[in-house]
Design a protein around this ligand. Structure first.
Ligand code: PMP
Length: 286
């Protein structure tokens, strides 16, 4: 997947990935003081590039990792990485982290570094999952109360639970987890949002303690445009049997049907999911 010969953008310059090494004293490695983005390029165009750049800056504000570049500068840099690597389709990963000057827990005295990487990543879950649908497991971990962390920051420190869960899924034959929040409502998967279909209604959890995905917002607009009623509300796990279809959304994942949840709820219909997916793919390829 990664090529150390690829060109990355690092603190304002294009360099080879192999020329950059991180110190073992890096604050972000010890304490999770890093933020990142995930963008996708289609036919040479990064979908909602400025929104991703703006979200990176905002994540930095939320966890005190000031990025120090404008939205426009970050977007331009993202395109320069794509061009330098001759990529027209691929995944772009901007990130920023606190450097290695100090290793006390406070981070303000550490530099902020910014890098942008790009690589080809055609399918997150594998094309066969489009027909099978994803198999989602339960987990004992919950999305945290917003009083315990910055839930709208795309911050590295918030991802280790997702990482543990994905490892467990792999060992147990699942594709992903469906997490509840601290109140017991359905929240999201490890790195994507969720939607459920009931007739001409599309239900999705309120993003009040997890990332309000850019794809999630795009899909809600698409669904409304197609005439569906989009309902953001608290959804209880006991309701999962009342939906006819379910799908996940995310930049890397795009739109993927869900086939089974918690070994109990099966969704074999794909009509609405595929209709929305087709519209999404049309939009990103425009
Ligand atoms: N939730 C989490 C935890 C994520 O990591 C992502 C991927 N960025 C999403 C949701 C979906 O966000 P987006 O649609 O902006 O990619």
């Amino acid at each position: 997947m990664f090529d150390t010969n690829s060109i990355i953008w690092f603190n304002g310059k294009l360099v080879r990935a192999s020329e950059v090494s991180l110190s073992v004293f890096t604050h972000a490695v010890h304490y999770g003081t890093a933020i990142f983005e995930g963008c996708r390029a289609y036919n040479g165009k990064i979908f909602k590039c400025d929104e991703h750049s703006a979200r990176l800056i905002n994540s930095g504000v939320l966890i005190d990792v000031p990025v120090g570049y404008s939205k426009e500068e970050l977007s331009k840099a993202a395109y320069s990485v794509l061009d330098a690597n001759g990529l027209r389709d691929g995944y772009v990963r901007p990130f920023a982290w606190r450097g290695d000057e100090n290793l006390g827990i406070k981070s303000y005295a550490n530099s902020v570094n910014v890098a942008i990487l790009a690589w080809s990543w055609p399918s997150y879950f594998g094309p066969e999952k489009l027909s099978e649908g994803l198999k989602l497991s339960a987990t004992k971990y919950v999305r945290p109360d917003p009083r315990s962390t910055q839930t709208q920051a795309k911050a590295s420190g918030l991802y280790f639970v997702g990482s543990i869960m994905q490892n467990k899924c792999k060992n147990e034959g699942y594709d992903d987890v469906l997490m509840l929040d601290w109140r017991g409502y359905i929240a999201e998967c490890a790195s994507c949002n969720v939607f459920f279909i009931k007739g001409d209604e599309i239900h999705t959890p309120i993003a009040d303690c997890f990332l309000n995905g850019i794809t999630r917002q795009t899909v809600m607009d698409i669904a409304r445009g197609l005439g569906y009623r989009v309902i953001e509300r608290h959804i209880m796990p006991q309701e999962l049997g009342s939906f006819s279809e379910a799908f996940t959304t995310g930049t890397a994942v795009e739109i993927m049907p869900i086939g089974e949840i918690f070994d109990s709820f099966n969704y074999s219909k794909r009509d609405v999911t595929m209709r929305i997916r087709d519209e999404y793919l049309k939009m990103v390829n425009r």
